[in-house]
Design a protein around this ligand. Structure first.
Ligand code: GLP
Length: 233
């Protein structure tokens, strides 16, 4: 793992952008994208840049089950607002939160990932060590699957909703196995509330208790963290 420690998330966004730009200049065609507050500074740099994604493909990690693409808290909407409106891709895939047939949606999305192998996958990190919505205990061999969110994730994500009761209880997420198929992985994490998960991810054993620890098994991982998130290393 290549660990880069930066002052804050603004500087992290600039470093994150450099990783994107490098992949882009080296011929990357498919970008795996993530939501959450973490990648926002990187997306800001991308929107300000001269990089052109109009011939490229993006594949997002996850989506809440039950939210329509135009729901303000859906991950589809998030991507539209933070990146796609300014930098459209030729094709952007996000799991379909309105597909109530979970088996069909899992199959459809796995096929999309197989048809569009990801060159660079950006990730955030949950406070409990989750990546995408792969919560602790998730079988690392799974592809796209339906996830019951943990109480800790529901609480953490409730800040984006009017109240905790409105947070969806389920999500569709790429699996750890799908994520590890990406050629290059970029994980960003900022703030003291991520420090314990960062330590477990980098220095702890590879365990299903900390889904992000499986990144230790990949040979091209870049981790960008601020000083607060690095404080327990
Ligand atoms: C959510 C997302 C993850 C994200 C995590 C951290 O649960 N499914 O992909 O990494 O939250 O969010 P934030 O970046 O806002 O801290």
């Amino acid at each position: 793992m290549n660990v880069i420690i930066v002052k804050d998330r603004a500087e992290g966004g600039k470093k994150g952008f450099e990783v994107f730009e490098n992949a882009y200049r080296n011929g990357a065609q498919v970008f795996g994208l993530a939501t959450g507050s973490t990648p926002v500074t990187t997306y800001e740099q991308l929107t300000k840049s001269d990089l052109d994604f109009s011939q490229m493909t993006s594949v997002n990690l996850d989506e809440y089950v039950g939210l329509a693409p135009d729901h303000p808290q859906s991950y589809h909407y998030f991507m539209q607002k933070h990146l796609f409106d300014q930098k459209p891709f030729a094709q952007s895939y996000v799991p379909d939160g309105l597909n109530s047939d979970a088996a069909a949606e899992m199959k459809r999305y796995d096929q999309i990932i197989a048809d569009n192998p990801i060159d660079l996958q950006i990730l955030g990190l949950g406070q409990n060590g989750h990546i995408g919505f792969n919560e602790p205990g998730t079988d690392p061999a799974l592809g796209t699957h339906k996830v019951a969110l943990t109480e800790s994730t529901i609480k953490a994500n409730s800040r984006f909703f009017d109240n905790e009761a409105e947070v969806p209880r389920y999500a569709y997420s790429m699996g750890i196995a799908s994520i590890l198929k990406s050629k290059h992985i970029l994980l960003e994490a900022y703030g003291p509330e991520k420090a314990a998960a960062v330590k477990a991810m980098i220095e702890g054993p590879v365990t299903t208790d900390v889904p992000a620890s499986f990144l230790q098994r990949h040979d091209q991982v870049t981790i960008i963290i601020d000083e607060a998130a690095a404080s327990q290393l």
